[in-house]
Design a protein around this ligand. Structure first.
Ligand SMILES: [Zn+2]
Length: 413
């Protein structure tokens, strides 16, 4: 089998690995780089038989649109629904690719390759690691994973009942040289949200990703404990609606403590795509919150969303109490080197605004080094290759059997 890391050997994001057997050519993720300095891989010329996507984060699937129309793409069913939803809400066409879904732990084949998806704990829902077998070789690709979210048991299972005889482990190393100590797990984030909103007399906003379901659950649970309402936007309500494909246990717009803020450009998308949304639009209005209600009793609400839906933060600035802005994403977005992160300048300004109580509460979507070590020691690969990391050269000090490769290098197994 021939292996080529097109991107990801020395950077976080933009991951793209090609595996070629005698007859079959597949891509493992087709990520858009996170850094604007990094050139995306031109995957349109690779003539691959299929793309396998680990999870619905742009830095793993974002180049999908550049594949020739009709290319087979294997991805979790819910992950695909969320990618579709994002396209619709952005006013873009859905991808003209030949989508196939798979089920966790059920092997399937693409030509010479047999693939077994392992559901993992990550900040994206419907995220997988893959066992990939072909021509007598066994590869395990971690994708992005962790043990400290709400599905940590999936990581524990990988450690307790490790897959045997792995020739190559592609192990993500996002957290090398990064610390998760402030908020070691999702429960500590929930606690920080609760402590911030509970005594609050004015409104609270929480900035996060609507696809970070663990975080929505944390916000919901904090609201329930504090006796407040969780306000979500239409996009988030639709994401939660999609989640019902797999579980009835995550909050949704019809839960008593949840309200939907149904205005603005997202509402326009809803009206423009009646065949896509079905009766969702009608049901949504039963659970909406009016701007007047927010203004009358702002202390009763925690508004969850992205910066793009927070144009009204300023409206709630009053002398009696500052507005809570809980920033619940990676702090690196605010360091001034990510102008593409929408609202980064504005959010950074909130930190020194006396009318805003700026609170940071976030845990990483990625495993810290100790957990990666536990996993690698359980899997005992013959060869461990760093991926999705800025510190591949440090791997050999932490893990056994490390072999580093550069982007665009090909080698045979
Ligand atoms: Zn990810």
């Amino acid at each position: 089998m021939k292996v080529t890391i097109h991107k990801g050997s020395h950077e976080i994001g933009g991951t793209c690995i090609q595996l070629s057997s005698e007859k079959t050519n597949i891509l493992l993720d087709a990520g858009l780089p996170l850094s604007t300095d990094s050139q995306p891989v031109d995957i349109s010329r690779l003539s691959v038989d299929a793309l396998l996507v680990s999870h619905p984060h742009q830095d793993h699937f974002g180049l999908m649109a550049t594949l020739p129309p009709g290319t087979p793409v294997y991805i979790g069913k819910l992950a695909r629904s969320l990618i579709d939803a994002t396209q619709i809400f952005l006013g873009k066409d859905r991808y003209a690719l030949d989508f196939h879904d798979f089920k966790a732990w059920q092997p399937f084949t693409i030509g010479d390759f047999t693939i077994t998806p392992y559901l993992v704990d990550h900040s994206a829902v419907d995220a997988y690691a893959f066992l990939i077998e072909a021509e007598g070789k066994r590869l395990f690709y971690s994708g992005d994973l962790r043990s400290h979210g709400r599905k940590g048991v999936l990581f524990e299972n990988l450690v307790k009942r490790p897959i045997r005889d792995i020739d190559v482990l592609f192990l993500e190393g996002t957290m090398l040289n990064r610390s998760n100590d402030l908020f070691p797990d999702e429960k500590s984030v929930e606690q920080a949200i609760f402590q911030t909103i509970q005594p609050q007399k004015n409104i609270s906003f929480l900035l996060s990703s609507s696809q970070n379901i663990d975080r929505i659950v944390s916000a919901y649970r904090a609201c329930k404990r504090a006796g407040k309402f969780l306000v979500i936007d239409i996009y988030t309500a639709w994401v939660l609606e999609q989640l019902r494909q797999i579980t009835q246990n995550t909050p949704a717009m019809d839960w008593p403590e949840v309200r939907v803020f149904a205005k603005g450009s997202q509402y326009e998308r809803l009206k423009a795509n009646p065949e896509y949304f079905g009766d969702f639009s009608n049901r949504l209005f039963r659970y909406r919150v009016m701007p007047e209600e927010l203004r009358q009793n702002p202390g009763a609400f925690l508004y969850f969303g992205k910066m793009s839906s927070f144009s009204h933060i300023d409206e709630f600035k009053i002398a009696a109490a500052p507005v809570n802005v809980i920033y619940s994403q990676w702090l690196g977005y605010l360091d001034g080197t990510h102008p593409e992160y929408y609202g980064s300048v504005q959010i950074a300004a909130y930190r020194s605004d006396p009318a805003i109580n700026f609170v940071y509460a976030h845990t990483s979507g990625h495993a810290p080094v100790e957990d990666l070590k536990t996993l690698a020691e359980a899997l005992k690969p013959k060869m461990l290759i760093p991926i999705h990391t800025e510190h591949g050269e440090d791997f050999s000090q932490i893990f056994a059997n490390v072999v580093t490769h550069n982007d665009k290098e090909s080698w045979s197994l």
